[in-house]
Design a protein around this ligand. Structure first.
Ligand SMILES: [Zn+2]
Length: 403
């Protein structure tokens, strides 16, 4: 009787082996053959467990009744059981849940020579937490500004997550103010919640080149020429001027020399009556040509009989590489920053100011005043600022300036 008992007891689970993953194996041995096998943690969602016996297992006696995996609520989890010799492999049909604790319970398994497991064996395991959305790295940030430029450290930085995706997160810098009064390089250090490393921002303050770039800004229409009239009566000339002035201020802040074709509500040929747009447009071209503007930006708003039509379109002279570059940059930023529809028309060879300026010129139609939504937007100070900033970003892009 005694010897029989010992024989029976010897046919029990010897150890559970954890297959860490496909590439690496880690063996976890049971502490005892009769007691609870303890808790294994940080288990992968698709881990297979090997339940190893000391005798060959009778495959016909291995089933969901005697080998069970249950979750923390006691609910049974669907697993595949594969018997081979002394081993029963337990594999989840679907992945285990991140952070969840499971229980493996083994009982009543028989060996091929009819011995029976005398006591049930348990093991708990906890699946690792989902770290795919944890921050993996934050790249250093390099910025270049010119001496005496205003520069504010960014409130957010882009981070790369473990799953390879990117997102913006808030950052706290070790300094609140930025000194751009001397030509030198500053290194700022930032911290981001959930990330142990530091974020590095390298700011190079460069000397401004002696020869400032000149940009000519042409707010379309003005004075006796209202331009398009909006759905609710907005005059195009007013929007054009408002955005133009905001744009000019932004460019001047960055050391760019700005020349306007008009800075108030006037047309350019008050001496000629009645109003005639041909000499008015000629005068605008003369101003651009005389100041040798590196770029001329003519600002307009569109209008169309169909009130649904909307979006931004920007024209340049086909063949002008510089004009094309600026047109692309301005379109891109307006569409990105304002969410406007990107209108693909670009051939401005029929537009007087594009045709008769010596230096690259673009004409941007910010939006449609005939569209009630866009008219409303174009009348708002905050949107006018957004439009101006988007155009400025386009200018900074082609001048290789930061913003
Ligand atoms: Zn116009």
């Amino acid at each position: 009787m005694l010897s029989n008992n010992i024989r029976k007891k010897s046919f029990v689970v010897l150890f559970l082996m954890l297959f860490m993953c496909i590439f690496s194996y880690k063996t976890v041995y049971a502490q005892s053959i009769t007691k609870d096998l303890g808790v294994k943690t940080n288990v992968d969602v698709d881990h297979s467990w090997d339940v190893r016996f000391n005798r060959n297992v009778d495959e016909s006696k291995v089933n969901k009744e005697n080998i069970k995996v249950t979750d923390s609520l006691g609910k049974e989890v669907e697993v595949k059981l594969a018997t081979q010799g002394k081993i029963v492999k337990i594999t989840p049909v679907n992945h285990y849940k991140y952070g969840e604790t499971y229980n493996i319970n083994v009982q009543n398994v028989k060996s091929t020579d009819k011995e029976e497991l005398s006591q049930s064996v348990h093991m708990k395991f906890t699946v690792k937490e989902d770290t795919s959305k944890d921050i993996k790295t934050i790249n250093d940030i390099n910025k270049t500004v010119y001496k005496d430029d205003k520069y504010t450290l960014p409130k957010t930085v882009q981070v790369v997550l473990n799953d390879g995706s990117k997102k913006s997160v808030q950052v706290t810098w070790n300094s609140k103010s930025v000194d751009t009064s001397t030509v030198r390089t500053h290194v700022y250090s930032g911290t981001v919640s959930g990330y142990n490393g530091k974020v590095k921002l390298i700011l190079s303050v460069k000397a401004r080149s002696k020869k400032a770039v000149t940009i000519c800004i042409d707010p379309g229409h003005g004075g006796r020429d209202s331009g398009a009239i909006g759905y609710s009566g907005t005059k195009e000339k007013d929007i054009n001027l408002a955005v133009a002035k905001k744009l000019g201020n932004t460019l001047e802040e960055r050391g760019i020399n700005v020349v306007y074709t008009r800075k108030s509500d006037i047309d350019l040929i008050p001496e000629i009556t009645p109003y005639d747009d041909a000499p008015d447009l000629r005068k605008r071209c003369d101003i651009s040509n005389e100041c040798k503007a590196k770029y001329t930006i003519s600002i307009h708003c569109n209008s169309y009989g169909d009130h649904d039509v909307n979006g931004t379109e920007t024209f340049y002279f086909p063949g002008s590489v510089e004009g094309q570059k600026l047109r692309r940059a301005v379109q891109k930023h307006i569409v990105e920053d304002l969410g406007n529809v990107y209108r693909v028309k670009y051939d401005g060879s029929h537009l007087y100011i594009i045709k008769h300026t010596k230096y690259p010129t673009i004409l941007t139609e910010l939006g449609f005043l005939s569209n009630p939504e866009e008219e409303k937007k174009l009348n708002t100070h905050s949107y006018q600022t957004k439009y101006a900033n988007a155009i400025a970003k386009g200018v900074f892009d082609v001048l290789n300036m930061s913003y």
